[in-house]
Design a protein around this ligand. Structure first.
Ligand SMILES: O=C(O)CCC(=O)C(=O)O
Length: 196
């Protein structure tokens, strides 16, 4: 199933807790954010001894896969402030973004099946530059139940509840360069000694 969610519509098969907003930022803001991301010291994603092809920079906190610990990272840059505020408004009262990850996907790069680290609570993702198939799956007997969100450029998704905690997500190799910014809340004050 491939579908486009709106704020007010829910579609059969969509994971509970998933919300989607098309055109969350304007084309001008999208271009500004992409140009800022391009100036960041993006590094290939490090997963223990493995190196992912996507390139990332974290702000607020970052998860160190070697140490298996949450670490403090640089504070969020000023050019992100307005967008963070907009995401917090979208998230509703008491939404506080504590961690930001800027990611660059070159053509042919995607991200494998995973759930985000348990240190984080809700996850919001801003898609920039090109669309992607944002896939979800959860076990259903011996198979998987699946759902695909067409995440358009300039859109925002929010994963909370089952869509965040139970369903896994992945992105197949993209066909045009894509950038994303993921914004994460935390339930508690992070314990920087806690590894998972
Ligand atoms: O690029 C995205 O929208 C998703 C990124 C993601 O799943 C992650 O960084 O864990």
């Amino acid at each position: 199933m491939s579908a486009q969610l709106t704020l007010f519509e829910s579609l059969p098969g969509e994971p509970d807790g998933l919300r989607y907003a098309a055109e969350f930022v304007s084309p001008a803001v999208e271009q500004k954010i992409i140009s800022e991301i391009r100036t960041l010291p993006l590094q290939p994603f490090q997963f223990g001894q493995f190196e992912g092809k996507r390139r990332v920079v974290s702000f607020g906190f970052r998860y160190d896969y070697d140490l298996r610990l949450l670490q403090r990272a640089e504070p969020m840059p000023g050019w992100l402030a307005e967008t963070v505020e907009k995401v917090e408004t979208f998230g509703g009262p008491s939404t506080k973004i504590r961690q930001v990850l800027c990611t660059e996907y070159d053509v042919g790069v995607g991200i494998g099946w995973h759930r985000d680290k348990p240190h984080f609570d809700r996850v919001f993702g801003l898609s920039l530059g090109s669309a992607c198939k944002f896939r979800f799956r959860r076990p259903a007997g011996k198979s998987w139940e699946r759902f695909t969100l067409d995440a358009e450029p300039r859109s925002l998704y929010m994963m909370s509840g089952p869509s965040r905690q139970i369903w896994e997500h992945s992105i197949p190799p993209v066909e045009a360069p894509r950038y994303s910014i993921t914004f994460r809340t935390m339930i508690d004050e992070p314990d920087l000694g806690a590894s998972v």
